[in-house]
Design a protein around this ligand. Structure first.
Ligand SMILES: [Zn+2]
Length: 275
């Protein structure tokens, strides 16, 4: 009797634990892109959304496109609004980013309708990032500033993921002439925004080089050349060597630190003329 009760209690506990685990599996997945929490919030794949918000599959991603939402709202509102929109417009984007997080609302193998150029390169070959809170001013201005900062990190991470040069960071305006991202444009900061994204990419390259250097064993214990991990680490080191090694060296010298400060003081000076 006591044994069967024990088994019964065990079964109940097992069911509860399994239940907890299945709940955990349904929680939204959070990953980090250059320090920005990115929450998976993929649009419901219902018939309407598939027809009006999910584009065809990407053949290639060649650009990252920056937008402002022209709104006060956070990313979650923008995602919910988009998910529930039923006005017949074909409109969507890949990420909405605010001061706290980025929400990914479409898979990265799927085109979105964000650039207004039909099947042109804006929609057809670029990932769309909506930087939220762009009408926040006064006491709420810090919300926008942080949203834009997170947007810059997200863009840097995507450019690196797709191995794209800085000239592939575009604004909505580049595709159709629309005044978007309005906040960045009205403050005449597109070039300094790009320079900031470039700086973030450089910092991550330096960090990556440092971590490769730190994890490469000085005296390998046993035949490291034979293991794929070490080969990979060596290849990675080789890849980043010319630019990154130089950059690591430069950060150690006060001269470069001063240059960096000067750049921060005058963001326009750091702006890349390349487009
Ligand atoms: Zn736009």
């Amino acid at each position: 009797m006591s044994k069967s009760r024990f088994l019964f209690v065990g079964a109940v506990l097992a069911a509860l634990l399994t239940g907890c685990r299945s709940v955990q599996q349904h929680q939204p997945e959070v990953t980090y892109r250059y320090g920005v929490p990115v929450r998976q919030a993929i649009l419901d794949p219902n018939e309407y959304n598939l027809a009006h918000k999910y584009g065809p599959k990407f053949e290639k991603v060649d650009y990252i496109t920056i937008h402002n939402t022209w709104n006060y709202a956070p990313a979650l509102f923008e995602r919910t609004y988009l998910n529930n929109r039923r006005d017949g417009a074909s409109i969507s984007f890949h990420f909405a980013v605010d001061e706290k997080e980025a929400l990914q609302v479409l898979p990265l193998d799927t085109r979105a309708w964000h650039a207004g150029d039909g099947n042109g390169p804006g929609n057809g070959r670029s990932i769309g990032i909506e930087i939220c809170r762009s009408r926040c001013i006064g006491d709420d201005e810090p919300l926008y500033r942080q949203a834009e900062e997170n947007g810059a990190h997200l863009a840097a991470s995507l450019l690196d993921q797709y191995q794209l040069p800085m000239s592939c960071l575009r604004k909505h305006q580049d595709w159709t002439g629309k005044y978007c991202p309005h906040r960045i444009l009205s403050e005449h900061r597109w070039e300094s925004f790009k320079a900031h994204v470039k700086q973030i990419r450089n910092e991550h390259r330096i960090d990556a080089a440092k971590s490769v250097a730190a994890t490469t064993p000085v005296k390998p214990a046993a035949k490291p050349a034979a293991t794929p991990e070490v080969k990979k680490a060596k290849e990675a080191k080789k890849e980043v060597k010319p630019a990154a090694a130089k950059a690591v060296k430069e950060t150690a010298t006060p001269k470069v630190k001063k240059t960096k400060e000067a750049k921060n003081a005058n963001p326009k000076a750091a702006a890349s003329p390349a487009k």
